[in-house]
Design a protein around this ligand. Sequence first.
Ligand code: UD1
Ligand code: UDP
Length: 352
Amino acid sequence: MKIISVVGARPQFIKCAALSKELRKLHHEVLIDTGQHYDYQLNKVFFDELGIPKADYHLGIGSGTHGFQTAEMMKGIEQVLSSENPELVLLYGDTNSTLAGALAAVKMQIRIAHVEAGLRGFNRSVPEEVNRVLTDHCSDLLFCPTQKAVDNLTREGIIDGVYLTGDVMVDTLADNREISEHSKILERLGLRKGSYLVVTIHRVSNTDDSTNLEQLVDALCELDETVVFPVHPRTKKVLRERALYDRLDKKMHLIEPLGYLDFLKLMSNAKRILTDSGGIQKEAYLLNVPCITFRDTTEWAETVEDGWNVLVGTNKELIIENGRFFNPQKERCDRFGHSVSMKIAAILDRDI
Ligand code: UD1
Ligand code: UDP
């Protein structure tokens, strides 16, 4: 079967690394990179490190407002779909690249498979939530990472084509855990295993709202811990615009975004992770590292229920208290599946 996969942002490259490999054993995959992320450290580094097949189409869309970016992607994807005439379009996650792929395909009556379907944070002010809901409602095959995701879809009346497969990021992590041991990131930064915190921030609510951003910066500056913060370009831009970058730089290792192998090594050996990322909350859980999340809601509620993730929003006291002392008491569970890519590729072979 000819499948067109659409990727474009960092977490999508990481997810497709595992699935592309399995898909290509059984199917003909054509890869579109929308170019939503374009810096080397947000795009090509993952192709180079993770052996992702070269994209067949580079749309080169880049940054812009939601409407502009999504519309430009739709135009580019539609053109490729017209010329390639695939039987299925495969989409990952919840970015604007995902939504653009869903809208372009559904209007051309091409079947859609959504990897990471059914996730809900129940907060429509989060742009990703809108992308998730709309993509799920356009999709024919919905690959859910968790039972909760299946239940969310059931509540919205989506029952046909729903599969509980587990989460593909589990596979990328498993495939690269050992390789990442060779990373020299700890030596480069002069870090001892288990003695530092990792921070990431890139959500709109935390970067574009100046009060929230300042509260986060205040809290991080008062933490009095060794902190490594690979800074997403969105965040770097606003930190510089608001003259907050130098303040943080004096207190911690502010570094460029890392490739997956360095970042995996950094996360695996961290004392705690503080983040607003979706994927990193889950990776922290898989890696046995306590996570403190700069959000009020999460689509990965299992990690919170199991006591390994705590939602602190931008509350300074909670960030400092948990950043210093958060210590999960419960055992983790086997929440996110195994060999997920193989399962998805087999379902596509059987059911389409
Ligand atoms: C996007 C996704 C988000 C995902 C994140 C992963 C949407 C709506 N958001 O957020 O769900 O969690 O990717 O990291 O799709 N920029 C650069 N270089 C790049 C890419 C971006 O400098 O290579 C800067 C630009 O100033 C741009 C800003 O970052 O305007 C935001 O980029 P964008 O892709 O719109 O959203 P993200 O915040 O990266
Ligand atoms: N990641 C990375 N380098 C970094 C920060 C994150 O490789 O400097 C990886 C991380 O391990 C995870 C993914 O990027 O697999 C998460 O992407 P991001 O936080 O940008 O997006 P989200 O998951 O929030 O959509």
